[in-house]
Design a protein around this ligand. Structure first.
Ligand code: ADP
Ligand code: MG
Length: 264
């Protein structure tokens, strides 16, 4: 199983859109995919059409030991499952603060999981707290979505530092797998220039002994596309909502790139 946390402490960069639509694309290609929504805002849960009622088991109940993963997981399409989130999860940051081994709870729960998948995708909240730490300890790879505007690289060093610290202390197999350029405005010079800066930044890091030394900037750019912004309110992936949109084309291509590992 490949396990991937999609993280960036900035909100609105494309994490949830990427998790949902890459997950849906991989599932459509016949792979078994489990999405875990670790954001109390529950956008991935809603986007996947799985609106949890408060009494239903969610990832909150899994992390606090009240339910097993399989009890909180629901199938939302062929080959596609979600472990949903709800606002309760916001309390987990403080509730888990005093628990010994609090960073490794999700890893341990995954270890006890009875089901296997080809891909596990984790949607992280826009912070670097306990929830994101749990994702980083549980996975093998991190993907970072970036929006190519002039502050794109701002905050990246903090993010990489966090990945480095987790890799050194808690999860030695952790690697930055790739950077996804999201909401790309193909017609602007700024997008092209910032993208080039991002590519050069990671090229310069090659060969160092860091978890991002082999990171790829995915060739596929996710263009800004209104259909991608509309799909969540219908509880549909871009492939259900607008199969022939640019958004569907880009996410299908990104999923293919992820699957073949090309560029790595
Ligand atoms: P995050 O999870 O990082 O906060 P989201 O994936 O929720 O970011 O994206 C932020 C907003 O931008 C959402 O309203 C989403 O629908 C929209 N969005 C994401 N990607 C695109 C895109 N490529 N084109 C247009 N809108 C997008
Ligand atoms: Mg999100």
């Amino acid at each position: 199983m490949r396990s991937i946390a999609v993280m960036n402490q900035k909100g609105g960069v494309g994490k949830t859109t990427t998790v949902v639509n890459v997950g849906a694309a991989l599932a459509e290609s016949g792979l078994r995919v489990c999405v875990i929504d670790l954001d109390p805002q529950a956008h991935a849960t809603l986007h996947l059409g799985s609106d949890l009622r408060p009494e239903q088991p969610s990832i909150y109940h899994v992390l606090t030991g009240q339910h097993r993963l399989e009890e909180a997981r629901r199938q939302v399409a062929d080959n596609l499952w979600v472990v949903g989130s709800s606002l309760d999860l916001a309390a987990a940051e403080t509730e888990l603060a005093s628990v010994a081994g609090r960073e490794a709870i999700l890893r341990d729960k995954l270890g006890e999981d009875s089901q296997t998948f080809d891909y596990l995708l984790i949607d992280c909240p826009p912070s670097l707290g306990i929830l994101t730490l749990n994702a980083l300890v549980a996975v093998g790879e991190v993907f970072i979505p970036l929006q190519p505007h002039f502050l794109a690289l701002h905050g990246l060093s903090k993010l990489l530092e966090t990945i480095g610290r987790v890799a050194a202390r808690l999860n030695p197999r952790l690697k930055l797998g790739g950077v996804v350029l999201c909401m790309y405005d193909a017609n602007t010079r700024l997008a092209a220039e910032v993208s080039q800066d991002v590519v050069e930044f990671f090229q310069a890091a090659r060969g160092q002994s860091t978890p991002w030394a082999e990171a790829t900037v995915f060739q596929t750019r996710i263009r800004r596309n209104i259909r991608l912004a509309e799909a969540p309110s219908f509880g549909q992936s871009i492939f259900q909502y607008a199969r022939s949109s640019n958004g569907a084309e880009d996410y299908r291509e990104l999923a293919a790139e992820i699957r073949t590992g090309s560029g790595r």
